[in-house]
Design a protein around this ligand. Structure first.
Ligand code: HEC
Ligand code: HEC
Length: 212
């Protein structure tokens, strides 16, 4: 009887722990003082606009080339996982439209939000309402930052976006925002989405130049 009550208590503690962790992530000091990503003001000393634009994109590249983003922007139709970007386990093919193969859509495992795995707060299944693999023309893995830069500016390869729409996507899109709220057991992308959006805006305002 006593042991049973204890077990139930432990369960409750584990559960509230998981909730505290996921809500704590959004409000963590990290979001106020974004670590690991320089603000736009750090680049004002670069007088030449093209050089400044390139430097701004290199900084934004710390996010773009982070595994949280790259894992969903592979060059074949297989998502990758973790910091080492290993092939998705269980083996997964994204299908033509990126939502999974018939009978096994991404959303059968990935839900609208991150879900603690087995009720603990150590691991989680990542989630977002739009969870799907990026289309093949938006593949980033195996490409240089300069190549990624050229392709995200190109409406033929970025889903028909103008630069303003591209900025909006980077700064506001909920699925992009998942990169800073990746769930227990995953390192967030550097900085926060606000600072990342500001870097992209400043990059566009200085001519959207690509690094070599
Ligand atoms: C769960 C998978 C997933 C993750 C994680 C993800 N993306 Fe994407 N991304 C997509 C899909 C699907 C699309 C295409 C649909 C759309 O535009 O929303 C896309 C499109 C984009 C585009 C539009 C055009 C282009 O040229 O690629 C940008 C920019 C982008 N993602 C940036 C990011 C950034 C930055 C991150 C990390 C902070 C990220 N994505 C993380 C799946 C993902
Ligand atoms: C059978 C269940 C299942 C299906 C279907 C599935 N996934 Fe996953 N996926 C998982 C689990 C579980 C994890 C977490 C693994 C971990 O972090 O250890 C995961 C992790 C990921 C990650 C890694 C995130 C990161 O940054 O580490 C990506 C990306 C991903 N899945 C994309 C997809 C896409 C895209 C689809 C559909 C084409 C898909 N998954 C279908 C179970 C599934």
């Amino acid at each position: 009887m006593r042991a049973h009550t204890l077990m139930m208590l432990t369960g409750v503690v584990a559960l509230t722990g998981a909730v505290a962790l996921s809500s704590g992530q959004a409000a963590a000091p990290k979001a106020v003082t974004p670590q690991g990503l320089k603000p736009v003001s750090a680049f004002t000393a670069i007088a030449d606009p093209t050089a400044r634009s390139q430097a701004l994109f290199v900084e934004a590249g710390k996010v773009i080339q982070h595994p949280r983003c790259m894992n969903c922007h592979p060059a074949d139709r297989t998502p990758t996982q973790g910091m080492a970007m290993k092939p998705h386990n269980p083996p997964m093919k994204a299908g033509e439209a990126g939502h999974g193969v018939p009978g096994l859509p991404c959303l059968s495992c990935h839900h609208a939000k991150n879900v603690p795995a087995m009720g603990d707060n150590i691991r989680s299944v990542p989630g977002d309402p739009k969870w799907a693999l990026a289309p093949i023309e938006m593949a980033w893995q195996g490409r240089s930052l300069g190549q990624i830069c050229a392709q995200i500016k190109d409406p033929a390869r970025n889903g028909g976006k103008t630069l303003a729409e591209l900025h909006h996507h980077m700064a506001e899109d909920h699925l992009v925002g998942w990169g800073w709220n990746p769930g227990a057991g995953r390192e967030p992308a550097p900085g926060d989405q606000k600072r990342f959006g500001e870097l992209i805006k400043a990059w566009i305002d200085t001519g959207a130049a690509c690094p070599a």
